[in-house]
Ligand binder design. Structure first.
Ligand code: NAG
Length: 311
């Protein structure tokens, strides 16, 4: 029965955000602009952390990896989203939807893990400065990032396989901007309670564990910073982790609010707008936060520009 039901839905349709063409066109240009800023900003971060000799520390290794990830993370959902804003045909094939969900959850989970690795890096730098260089060697950084990517790949495969072995027998209208877990789960024609528990458990484990690690790191960082006697020293030390703290707060804040709310408080339109925050806005803010708040990055940009002008 399940396999017969399976063949009923061969494609999904995204529900338009609004009936007003003007609003759809405005959203198109807004999201396009944010996407372009994201891609250009993250490419600039990658380039500058490759070429500038002052940006070769573990922090910038992870930042480069994060920027690389953000480009993929946004490219998994935004191009299709842009087409849907303007096109009459908002369909997506079963396979297209699965691909989108795979990359989105794979890269989302990798991002959680990378942010945790970055918090660990800040913790070692601030709380154990003497052991820092030995503990955060090139090899350790590579291992931490490779493990983050591996966890993402495995969890992405697991979650997507799970979601796409559920029977879908219609309705096939996705009330969302892309194939995200909660809206798709609503379309599965089984008792989704058990599935919701499964999705919830995975989310709790693979979002909350990195989140808790980050929390513990920052509690210890805060403890160390508060024990610095001079105010100038405190603010100087804090400035080395403030960019990361803001990025973490934005990413986990919007993610936790969206995924970990109890079901009864779900309102699909609120969810849709919130999802724009973690899928579009937050990846754009990362390079901005790091370049505007971070003296080292600002100086590196200045050096690179001076060199270009000089040549
Ligand atoms: C990010 O890390 C992964 C795993 O270590 C690596 O394969 C990839 O090339 C890195 N990307 C960048 C841009 O540093």
């Amino acid at each position: 029965m399940a396999s017969r039901n399976h063949t009923v839905v061969t494609q999904f349709f995204f529900v338009a955000f609004s009936n007003s063409l003007e609003l759809q066109i405005s959203l198109f240009f807004l999201v396009l602009l944010l996407y372009l800023i994201t891609v250009v900003g993250n490419i600039l971060i990658i380039m500058i952390t490759v070429v500038d000799p002052a940006l070769q520390s573990p922090m910038y290794f992870f930042l480069r990896n994060l920027s690389f990830l953000e480009i993929g993370y946004t490219s998994a959902t935004i191009p299709k989203m842009l087409v849907n804003f303007l096109s009459e045909d908002t369909s997506i094939s079963f396979l297209g939807c699965a691909t989108q969900m795979y990359f989105f959850s794979f890269l989302g989970i990798t991002e959680c893990c990378l942010l945790a690795a970055m918090a660990y890096d800040r913790y070692m730098a601030i709380c154990h400065p003497l052991r820092y260089t030995a503990k955060m060697s090139r090899g350790v950084c590579l291992q931490l990032s490779t493990v983050s990517w591996l966890i993402g790949v495995l969890m992405g495969v697991g979650q997507t396989t799970f979601m796409f072995t559920l029977p879908y027998c219609g309705p096939n209208k996705i009330n969302h901007f892309f194939c995200d877990l909660p809206p798709l789960l609503k379309l599965a024609c089984t008792e989704t309670y058990r599935n919701e528990i499964a999705v919830f458990t995975i989310a709790v484990t693979f979002v909350m564990v990195p989140f808790l690690l980050i929390l513990v790191s920052y509690i210890r960082i805060l403890h160390t910073i508060l024990s610095i006697p001079s105010a100038a020293g405190r603010s100087k030390t804090f400035s080395t982790c403030s960019s990361h703290l803001i990025v973490v707060t934005l990413f986990f804040g919007s993610g936790i609010v969206t995924y970990l709310r109890p079901k009864s408080s779900y309102s699909l339109n609120t969810d849709k707008l919130l999802s724009l925050f973690y899928s579009v806005v937050s990846p754009m803010l990362n390079p901005l936060i790091y370049s505007l708040r971070n003296k080292e990055v600002k100086e590196a940009v200045r050096r690179v520009m001076a060199r270009k002008i000089f040549i």
